[in-house]
Design a protein around this ligand. Structure first.
Ligand SMILES: [Zn+2]
Ligand SMILES: [Zn+2]
Length: 1011
């Protein structure tokens, strides 16, 4: 017996039961045991930040990873299944600061770095456990007790090793430059962290036009424009474009002539003539300004599409300004401290933030008569990627790795990588071509301690391992609990050049170093002997049991066959892992990439907690179920934002019912017939054309899905599945109903085969419900669908499939034509005429049966063809020629080509570029599509009408049986009302057979009773 199915599946309920069973029956362990020692499929997990609960966007990425790992496992590949947690850096620090109520770096230091480090580790421990539970609930199979944590000492040591290598290559340097700075986090940020669209927001800022009075030209002044008043006290120069014209207005203002086309100038000069002019700065009395001689400098980049064409230059507060200071030897005045507050030499402004100081600066300018105009401007402005605070520029010392020498090798490495979707490969190339040097230092606390020990003798000591640290350390080693601040700061080492005692710089590393090294740190690169639990060191001790493998293991698993993360990771993880791997081995660390866009809500809007459209992962798991979510994730094109929401989930649930109902149908009839299948003879040998077609159709589905899995193309997997499920239900089962009723074993065998193969193909995408159905349908095979291999099938008979495909198209068009004529679906017709479907001609009987026509004729359909341009498609392609085409079509001046194409005015138009209407001659309903035309003879005689009424009667009686709750096998006595007497007299046997009536009487009203 098969277990009868409920009308609809309760996905979350099914999933909880299956999860418990997987655990109890050790299904995942059995799968790993089975595949151990087989061919390898190396997947490297990009670490998830163990910092907050997972969101539905994490669910997206995790689903894709799991789908392909499950598929590869079905194919017998041995896999590592190591999950990764990103566990140190600004991510964690900012959240811990919030939870501890710490508002600044000073407060962190007062709290104590040791306690702060412990709090960061605790947060990671808490959220990694929570994330693990969420991922298990989503169905992800990983080796959950052996995760890698980027804050382990082992991971840190491997980064040290990398830094030592780049230092030896001469790529490491300390740079003094102007960088984007977060005043809240108190650190500079790097180009790759900040480059995302999401790190820019529309903001309103002051817009000031300010006079800089000229020293040698009485009554005249330069006018500059600025949106950052806090930079004015640090002004040292004004830049003009040498080849632009500047004019002097009647009231003494110098501006670019191009910016003021209506102005009448009393004097005009080229920009180069202004160069060298001296002016009085707006705040010359400040201590910071003492000794500064303000002058005009040339700059080719001065914009003439905004402002006045004269640019205020403050090298301590802007990146380009700083570069100009080097060229023109300008003083660099740094106006703010690391918290973004004005420094003491700025007098009355000291202590104010860059925002607070705007008002006093504006007032002072007004009092001094220097303010020409004050307003506001709304523009795109960068914010901190982590804490969303608006950024400023500061000139600081940072550590960089030069990208100069590695750029081309990285481009070459990327050339060996297969990207899905393919257009992202170019995005990676673009990033690599334009990337600046890698700013690796952060002025923070709980992160990778940079192992740099600069000595006064001028030598930079770079420590490459913990062993080297222990060897060269002269103090602080006993208290070294792990490789983090504050413990590491206490360790002093001996300079290898001069033997002096040296201390570490205070900076920690960019978090992308942590994630980029994992191809080496987790796989045991250059590690001589395997160390059990050797990865679970430092802060990760007690959280993971991961081993540190030996170098042979690295050889086996490197490079990764596949990695998959979001598109924004191109400039983040894909970049950092490629950088580190190319530096260490000259090779890309991955062979293939699947990348994808963000998750949006179901209306295509970004999800935000503040707008109320965000969905918690746990809510979605509880309300939709993991299988439904996984379908949603897999069915959408990765190169577009993914839509996610409850209405879409309901739609998926509805669509899944097509297959669910097919299984339910099988179970019901197979139980009645006592059908007993055997997994060892799964593929049936059948002879009936319909069964043969189903077997071939199943082969095609398996093959198509397999090709899509191999191409990492989930969209095609889901499309193949849906079209197959539709064929199975709406063609095979519908056309075979009577055969199941008649107990035809071949039909059962063919349907069971189809259902079982579908479960195997769909298992990686919907692992829960497929296993639930598998355990019901397959009673003598592998205990779980995930332990069954992916089906191997013969190449399908594509010619036969194309024929039936054409039959189905004919039927669909016939239904369309019928609908347009207003005839009921049940009303039999005398004949239909089919044109342009020669493959279908061998199936006239099936077509006749499906469309309820007495005869099917293949031949020309007399009709009139009306062709119009499909403007949204054709417009962009044809442009100015469109009117000519439109006129020719209207005049009927075109030629119809094969496959629904048309030739008109020298152009060939594709089927999707035209809208075609056909009207039949009197008495016919016509429908047409892509070169196929179907005409229904709509004339009805008495015989046809009576048959139509018989169909109506059968339908009413069967509905009544259902309403009365009869079993499908119950025999009945049927009573029909007097007006239906002629129907019963003409078609008694047929009606009796179709409603299981042992007797038909004529009485008052339609009624059934059990016989
Ligand atoms: Zn910040
Ligand atoms: Zn030294």
């Amino acid at each position: 017996m098969f277990q009868p199915l409920p009308k609809v599946p309760d996905h979350p309920e099914v999933e909880k039961e299956i999860l418990a069973w997987w655990e109890q029956a050790r299904i995942f362990e059995k799968l790993r045991e089975r595949n151990r020692g087989g061919r390898t499929f190396s997947f490297m997990d990009g670490p998830i930040t163990a910092n907050n609960p997972a969101g539905v966007h994490h669910g997206h990425g995790r689903t894709l990873k799991d789908v392909f790992q499950r598929y590869k496992a079905m194919r017998g590949f041995d896999q590592r299944y190591q999950n990764g947690f990103d566990s140190q850096g600004l991510w964690v620090e900012v959240e811990v600061e919030k939870s501890l109520g710490l508002g600044s770096k000073r407060e962190i230091e007062a709290y104590g770095l040791a306690a702060f480090a412990r709090a960061c580790r605790d947060r990671v421990a808490h959220y990694s456990e929570l994330l693990t539970r969420q991922c298990i609930r989503l169905g992800q199979w990983m080796d959950w007790d052996n995760d890698y944590y980027t804050f382990s000492d082992t991971n840190i040591e491997y980064i040290w090793r990398f830094l030592k290598v780049v230092s030896e290559k001469g790529w490491l340097y300390k740079g003094h430059r102007s960088t984007q700075w977060c005043p809240r986090c108190g650190t500079s940020l790097s180009q790759h962290e900040q480059a995302g669209e999401e790190n820019y927001v529309e903001m309103e800022h002051p817009s000031l036009y300010v006079r800089f009075p000229l020293r040698e030209r009485e009554g005249e002044a330069l006018v500059v424009w600025t949106t950052t008043p806090w930079t004015l006290p640090a002004n040292v120069a004004a830049a003009v474009r040498p080849d632009a014209d500047y004019g002097l207005t009647r009231d003494g203002r110098w501006v670019a002539a191009a910016r003021y086309p209506d102005e009448e100038f009393v004097e005009t000069r080229r920009g180069e003539e202004l160069v060298g002019w001296q002016y009085s700065g707006p705040f010359d009395e400040l201590e910071a300004q003492s000794g500064v001689a303000h002058r005009v400098i040339p700059w080719d980049e001065v914009a003439l599409d905004e402002g006045t064409g004269i640019v205020h230059i403050a090298p301590g507060a802007g990146a380009e300004d700083f570069e100009l200071s080097r060229v023109h030897d300008l003083p660099v005045l740094a106006p703010i401290d690391e918290a973004g507050r004005m420094l003491p030499p700025y007098g009355g402004f000291a202590g104010l933030t860059t925002i607070e100081v705007a008002e006093p600066v504006t007032s002072a300018l007004r009092e001094r008569g220097l303010l020409v105009e004050a307003g506001t401007i709304t523009h795109r402005y960068p914010i901190c990627w982590r804490c969303k605070t608006p950024l400023v520029f500061r000139v600081v010392d940072d550590w960089f790795i030069s990208a100069q020498e590695i750029r081309q090798p990285m481009l070459d490495a990327n050339d060996t990588v297969e990207w899905t979707p393919p257009q992202y490969k170019k995005r990676m190339d673009d990033w690599l071509r334009n990337m600046g040097d890698w700013n690796i230092s952060r002025k923070r606390y709980f992160g990778l301690p940079l192992p740099f020990y600069p000595c006064e003798c001028g030598h930079l000591n770079v420590i490459g391992s913990k062993a080297e640290l222990l060897d060269r350390g002269v103090s602080g080693l006993d208290e070294l609990e792990e490789l983090h601040r504050p413990w590491i700061d206490a360790v002093l080492i001996r300079c290898e050049q001069c033997d002096a005692t040296v201390s570490r710089i205070e900076e920690v590393g960019d978090a992308w170093l942590d994630a980029g090294i994992v191809h080496f740190s987790t796989l045991g690169w250059q590690n001589p002997t395997w160390i059990e639990h050797g990865y679970a060191t430092g802060a990760s001790a007690g959280l993971s049991g991961a081993d540190l493998p030996d170098h042979a293991y690295w050889e086996k698993w490197f490079p990764a066959d596949w990695v998959s993360e979001m598109r924004e990771q191109i400039r983040l993880w894909f970049y950092s892992q490629c950088f580190m791997s190319v530096a260490l081995t000259g090779r890309s660390p991955y062979r293939r990439v699947l990348t994808y866009e963000k998750v949006y809500d179901e209306h295509g809007k970004p999800m935000h907690k503040s707008t109320g459209n965000a969905i918690e992962l746990n809510d979605a798991l509880d309300r939709m179920g993991a299988d439904v979510m996984r379908w949603l994730y897999c069915a959408q094109t990765p190169s577009e934002p993914l839509r996610f929401g409850y209405a879409l989930a309901d739609d998926v649930k509805r669509r899944f019912l097509t297959f669910w109902n097919s299984v339910s149908f099988f179970v019901e009839y197979a139980n009645i017939a006592g059908f007993r299948p055997s997994f060892s003879s799964l593929e049936p040998s059948v002879s009936a054309p319909l069964d043969r077609w189903l077997v071939e159709r199943t082969h095609a589905f398996v093959r198509d899905a397999e090709a899509a899995y191999e191409a990492y193309d989930t969209v095609t997997i889901m499309k193949s599945y849906e079209s197959y499920a539709d064929d199975l239900s709406n063609w095979y089962i519908r056309r075979s109903r009577r055969r199941f009723w008649n107990d035809e074993q071949d039909a059962f065998a063919a349907l069971w085969y189809a259902l079982v193969q579908t479960l195997r193909v769909l298992a990686p995408v919907m692992p829960f419900v497929t296993d639930e159905l598998w355990r019901n349908l397959v009673q003598d095979g592998p205990e779980s669908v995930h332990l069954a291999p992916f089906p191997e099938v013969a190449e399908p008979d594509r010619a036969l499939l194309a024929e039936i495909d054409e039959v189905r198209r004919v039927v669909t068009l016939a239904h369309q034509a019928r609908a347009s004529s207003g005839l009921k679906l049940r009303q039999p017709l005398r004949r239909i005429i089919v044109e342009g479907a020669n493959g279908a001609s061998a199936h006239a009987e099936e077509i006749a049966d499906e469309v309820r026509a007495k005869a099917v004729e293949f031949g020309a359909v007399e009709s009139q063809l009306l062709v119009k341009p499909n403007l949204p498609v054709l417009g962009p392609r044809l442009g100015k020629e469109l009117p000519t085409i439109r006129q020719a079509l209207q005049a009927g001046d075109f030629e119809e080509l094969a496959g629904g194409r048309f030739r008109v005015a020298g152009h060939e138009l594709e089927p999707n570029e035209v809208l075609v209407e056909r009207s039949g001659r009197e008495g016919f309903a016509v429908a047409s599509e892509s070169g196929l035309t179907v005409a229904l003879d709509t004339e009805l005689d008495d015989e046809l009408l009576l048959e139509g009424r018989a169909y109506d009667l059968i339908r009413s009686v069967n509905q009544l049986r259902k309403d009365e709750g009869y079993e499908i096998t119950d025999r009945i006595v049927l009573t029909v009302p007097e007006p239906e007497r002629d129907v019963v007299e003409a078609h008694r046997d047929w009606v009796a057979r179709d409603v299981l009536a042992t007797e038909i009487r004529v009485g008052d009203a339609l009624a059934v009773e059990k016989s």
